[in-house]
Design a protein around this ligand. Structure first.
Ligand SMILES: [Zn+2]
Length: 205
C-alpha cells in the first residue's frame, strides 16, 4: 500500500498566521489561513510517507500530525487546525473546532490573568495569550503593554525588540542601526565608502 494519491483536508478556522515553529512539524508545508470573511481555509495535503510514518494506517498518520500541530502550548491546546473526515469540513466539525478554540483561548487568558496578578510584568505575557484575548474581544490590563522579549538568533538570549547589537553575545542584529551609532562601519552608505576610498590613494601619494 503506497497511499500516495490519498488527499487529506487540513482545516484552519483561525485567522492567525502560524508561528514558524509550528510549521516545522510540516517541513515546508504552509497551513492556509482564511481570508477576511472566510469562515475557514482548507489546505490539501497529500498522503506521502514521511515525517509521521507510523505504519500502514494513513489516516492515523494525519490525526497524529494534527495533534502534533496543536501540541505546542501544552495539554489540551488547540490552535484552530484540524483534519476533516471528508474533503470539506462538516458543520459539526466546524462547530466543535470553534468550541475547542474558544476553550483554549479562555484557558490562555486565564493563565495570563494569573501571571499578571502574580508579577504585574507584561514581559511574562506571551504573544499567544495576547492574541487569545484580542480574539475573544477582552480588555485586559496586560494587553497593550510593552512587547515581550525577542530572542537573539545567535545566542538565544532574551533581548529587547529592535536592539542593534545583542548585549549578551555582541552579534550585530541591525547593521544599519549599529552603523548609525558608529558601532560598525557603515555598509549601506556605499557612497560614503567610495568617497573615503577615493581620498585614500591620494593621501598615500
Ligand atoms: Zn546574542
Amino acid at each position: 500500500m503506497t497511499g500516495e494519491s490519498e488527499i487529506v483536508s487540513l482545516v484552519n478556522i483561525s485567522a492567525e498566521k502560524w508561528p514558524p515553529r509550528q510549521r516545522t512539524y510540516f517541513g515546508s508545508l504552509d497551513v492556509r489561513s482564511p481570508e477576511p470573511g472566510e469562515p475557514y481555509a482548507v489546505t490539501m495535503i497529500r498522503g506521502c510517507s514521511g515525517v509521521m510514518d507510523l505504519g500502514d494506517k494513513r489516516t492515523m498518520e494525519y490525526r497524529i500530525t494534527a495533534r502534533e500541530i496543536n501540541s505546542d502550548s501544552g495539554e489540551g491546546s488547540f490552535h484552530g487546525v484540524f483534519v476533516a473526515a471528508g474533503a470539506a469540513p462538516t458543520k459539526t466539525e466546524l462547530a466543535d473546532a470553534r468550541r475547542r478554540l474558544e476553550e483554549f483561548q479562555r484557558r490562555l487568558v486565564a493563565a495570563a490573568d494569573l501571571e499578571w496578578e502574580r508579577t504585574k510584568n507584561p514581559m511574562f505575557i506571551t504573544d499567544l495569550e495576547r492574541r487569545a484575548a484580542r480574539q475573544l474581544g477582552l480588555e485586559k490590563p496586560w494587553l497593550y503593554d510593552a512587547k515581550p522579549l525577542a530572542e537573539c538568533p545567535v545566542c538565544a538570549e532574551k533581548i529587547k525588540h529592535g536592539v542593534a547589537v545583542c548585549r549578551s553575545c555582541g552579534a550585530i542584529l541591525d547593521r544599519e542601526k549599529a552603523a548609525q551609532y558608529g558601532l560598525v562601519p557603515a555598509e549601506k552608505t556605499v557612497k560614503n565608502r567610495q568617497d573615503a576610498g577615493k581620498q585614500q590613494p591620494e593621501a598615500g601619494k
